[in-house]
Design a protein around this ligand. Structure first.
Ligand code: SAM
Length: 276
């Protein structure tokens, strides 16, 4: 059964030596019908792509992923092997994410956090997702019964957000805005005061005053951050406390979590706080 064999077996079949195999990637992610891999220093990356297609019969395209750039979080991917169709539908714990991996980001490492957001929310809650993307957190939360105001300013990501709400049958519980989330809050469009605010953006702390102005007393905020290891979790906690103090509100940190490694010495973390 060829699919039971690992990448190294497939590369060895293509004539790779042990030294070359040492430089082959040790991990990759399957997102819908696309395999995402960081080829790093491996020789002949196209062969890595072809071997990954051998390994994952359900996939039809392999992309090399670089970084994710700019305020719109646009991915830098290049074609490695297969049909080259970068648009796909990824299903995760029953939530369907349609997306174009060449145009919008998808972080396989955030899976546990996407799932968690669908679990912490209660049926009927009102939620504001300030940086909704294609619906990473909005969709599991709406599927769990929450009413979500989802704000996304990147037009491509926004298009998928709307499509994904339909695809998951939750359009009536998702109110999407293509806008800057601060404007949506300033204009009072976030259905009065919300029970929960999700801030899935590394610069989220710059938006805490806006977030708190939308949050009802006793509501919960989930703030993401890229934190240097020596400041985990002190910096996100102190930022939350400072923002609450500025707004003259008491706060209680409920939970702190590592989502994934962000880069060498920097962690992607999330802090949950209740704000009175
Ligand atoms: N939470 C996602 C995940 O788990 O993979 C990541 C979302 S992505 C990092 C953040 C999104 O926020 C991007 O799609 C970006 O376009 C959007 N964004 C950034 N600043 C914004 C703002 N001021 N208003 C609305 N959307 C914004």
């Amino acid at each position: 059964e060829p699919r039971l064999r690992g990448l190294a077996d497939h590369l060895r079949e293509r004539g790779w030596t042990d030294d070359e195999l040492d430089a082959a990637p040790s991990s990759w992610a399957v997102v819908g019908s696309v395999v995402l891999v960081k080829p790093g220093d491996s020789p002949r990356p196209e062969e890595v792509g072809e071997a990954l297609l051998d390994l994952h019969g359900e996939a039809d395209t392999v992309l090399a992923r670089g970084g994710i750039d700019g305020a719109h979080r646009e991915p830098d991917v290049t074609f490695l092997a297969g049909e080259g169709d970068t648009e796909t539908v990824h299903t995760e714990h029953g939530t369907k994410y349609a997306l174009d991996l060449a145009e919008v980001m998808f972080s396989p490492g955030n899976e546990a956090e996407r799932v968690r957001m669908g679990e912490v929310v209660e049926d009927g809650e009102s939620v504001l997702d300030m940086f909704a993307g294609i619906g990473y957190f909005t969709l599991p939360m709406a599927r769990a019964g929450a009413s979500v105001t989802a704000v996304e300013r990147n037009p491509t990501a926004f298009r998928y957000l709307v499509e994904n709400a339909m695809l998951n049958g939750v359009s009536e519980r998702v109110t999407p805005y293509r806008a800057d989330c601060r404007d949506v809050i300033r204009e009072g469009l976030a259905e009065g005061e919300v029970d929960r605010v999700v801030m899935g953006y590394y610069e989220a702390h710059e938006y805490l005053d806006s977030a708190l102005s939308a949050l009802s007393p006793g509501g919960v905020v989930h703030m993401h951050e890229a934190t240097p290891e020596d400041l985990v979790f002190e910096r996100p906690i102190s930022r939350l406390e400072a923002a609450a103090a500025d707004a003259d509100r008491a706060t209680e940190v409920l939970d702190t979590r590592r989502v994934k490694g962000y880069s060498e010495g920097v962690a992607h973390v999330v802090a949950d706080a209740r704000v009175e």
